[in-house]
Design a protein. Structure first.
Length: 201
């Protein structure tokens, strides 16, 4: 994947401020939208725990729909990008556009994306909580004794997360980034997104 542009103002053209700015007319189907955190507490918490500004991901489809797994509406949802460009989780200050460096035809990806849309899958709050606990643990220094006590629980959480990653389907409750990744991952080469480390350890 290559990071094409930064799109300030949540789909509004704003002052460049030294960054590459994309007009919404320049976006292409297959673009992945990576959102900076909003003012919502859980959005800020995601950014804090991941040591980043990012808290959300979505996918632009061929029919100008933005597909996302929305925590607020508790499940998979979509917005018409051509008529509601700012409807996708308002309040985010920037949207970063990730564009596949090798592929220009995304029909296989869109087929799986539409399967997610039709499934009505829910947002995976338990998985979000487990991942949050693991990330929170990394934020603090604990004694060796406390770590020894917590280690079985941490390993159990990691095992459950890896099982969740390995058993994705269109009807499985997902996190937003999981759903976007899954739309590409189900396809054969060259569509899958290459991750440095797919599983936790």
């Amino acid at each position: 994947m290559e990071k094409q542009t930064v799109f300030p103002g949540c789909f509004r053209q704003t002052k460049n401020e030294g960054k590459s700015v994309m007009r919404k007319e320049e976006m292409r189907p297959g673009d992945i939208l990576i959102y900076d955190h909003s003012d919502m507490w859980f959005s800020k918490m995601i950014a804090y725990l991941t040591d980043s500004k990012i808290s959300h991901a979505a996918l632009l489809l061929e029919d100008q729909k933005i597909l996302e797994m929305d925590k607020v509406s508790k499940g998979v949802t979509w917005y018409d990008f051509s008529t509601e460009p700012e409807a996708s989780l308002p309040g985010h200050s920037h949207v970063h556009i990730m564009r596949h460096a090798e592929v220009r035809e995304f029909q296989p990806v869109f087929q799986f994306a539409h399967a997610h849309m039709a499934s009505g899958a829910g947002f995976d709050t338990p998985l979000e909580v487990m991942l949050g606990l693991l990330l929170a643990f990394k934020k603090f220094t604990v004694s060796k004794r406390l770590y020894a006590l917590l280690r079985p629980l941490l390993l159990s959480l990691i095992h459950k997360l890896n099982e969740a990653i390995a058993s994705l389907s269109p009807t499985t409750p997902l996190l937003c980034s999981e759903m976007v990744y899954h739309c590409f991952w189900q396809c054969e080469q060259p569509w899958p997104i290459r991750l440095r480390r797919r599983f936790l350890d």
